[in-house]
Design a protein around this ligand. Sequence first.
Ligand SMILES: Nc1ncnc2c1ncn2[C@@H]1O[C@H](COP(=O)(O)OP(=O)(O)OP(=O)(O)O)[C@@H](O)[C@H]1O
Ligand SMILES: [Mg+2]
Length: 381
Amino acid sequence: MSAALPHHLTSLQLRDIAMTEPALKLEQVEKSFDKVRAVDKVSLEVNTGEFFSLLGPSGSGKTTLLRIIAGLETPGNGTVHIGGRDVTRLPPYARGIGMVFQDFLLFPHKIVADNIIFPLKMQRLPEDKQKEQLNWILSLVRMEGYEDRYPHQLSGGQKQRVALARGLVSRPDILLLDEPLANLDLELRKEMEVEMRRFQAELDIPFIYVTHNQEEALTLSSRMAVMHNGKFEQVGAKLDLYNNPKTRFVAAFLGSPNYIQGQIKRMEGTIAILDWRGLDLRIPAPANATSGDKIDYFLKHERILIQSLRESEPAKGENRFEGTLRDIIFKGQHSAYFVVLENGEELVVNAATEMPSLKIRHAVEVGWLPEAGDAFLKEED
Ligand SMILES: Nc1ncnc2c1ncn2[C@@H]1O[C@H](COP(=O)(O)OP(=O)(O)OP(=O)(O)O)[C@@H](O)[C@H]1O
Ligand SMILES: [Mg+2]
């Protein structure tokens, strides 16, 4: 428990607060720099045990929001509650948080042990307690035996473990992480992703994890928010965001889908028939759509069936088109198939790597049901 808790509350009352209040609550948080609205009216609740990611492109406000939670930045408006306490005006050290950054920020001339216990020294924890916490965290991050090394004597992954150990050594109520794996190579990143999930599960505290890497966010999180221009576009379980994007931005961003533009020719109940450069394409009609409307339709690569000609009959209402297989790119567990359709448009299809019936420059068929993609009225700019 942190130092700044109100003294008049009994431990029972404190426990009740801890049990009913979310671990982190943001209400209408705003931050502007000159003319830039970096964070725009963000509200959020994160509970104990959640692995929560803030995902968004560069400049969307992720770091600013994390720094507001940490107390490194003061919001222009709004409040931050941690464990039921209003910490909006408290300094970072009084908030019960730990932090890990992309560039590790280790002290180069301090050994690993001194780097890790630095926050405990700041808190003036007795030395035997420091030692106890150090040993606990070294074993959690599997860095026993490295206590006396200097940062330059460590690999990138080991430095990241030390940075994590320092973020966790004071047993914070929340861990904040800003692109902590961005400087690691792919293999190490995959390994650290697994470790990160293990730390989070063992400690059972919420992790708030900032990244612009959607694969990382999808791998790690239980819930996530997609940020864009300082706002939350959508917040929810990762599968829900992936499968049911509510905004055009989320649909266009997650899964890097095929982008199809067309105009509605006619409506058939909940289905709209789109003129897609001369092909009739069936899509789920967006709310309030009518004939003549311009549409953006996003179709994820793995939602498309690919096969040689007339291998199977189309299902009822299925879109089915012929095309030419331009290229196949082997990606290990799957391959990317590039299909050029009769209207000149190209689709990328992800499918199994072993499809001996499909040959480059040969005719193929692609198919999908309307609801396999996400349709939005085109935003006029
Ligand atoms: N100290 C500052 N002074 C002025 N503008 C700032 C400051 N910090 C951030 N900004 C601006 O606020 C916006 C959000 O920046 P932020 O660093 O939060 O983005 P981000 O989502 O973390 O991006 P990245 O993925 O590149 O790290 C940007 O337009 C940025 O230029
Ligand atoms: Mg950032």
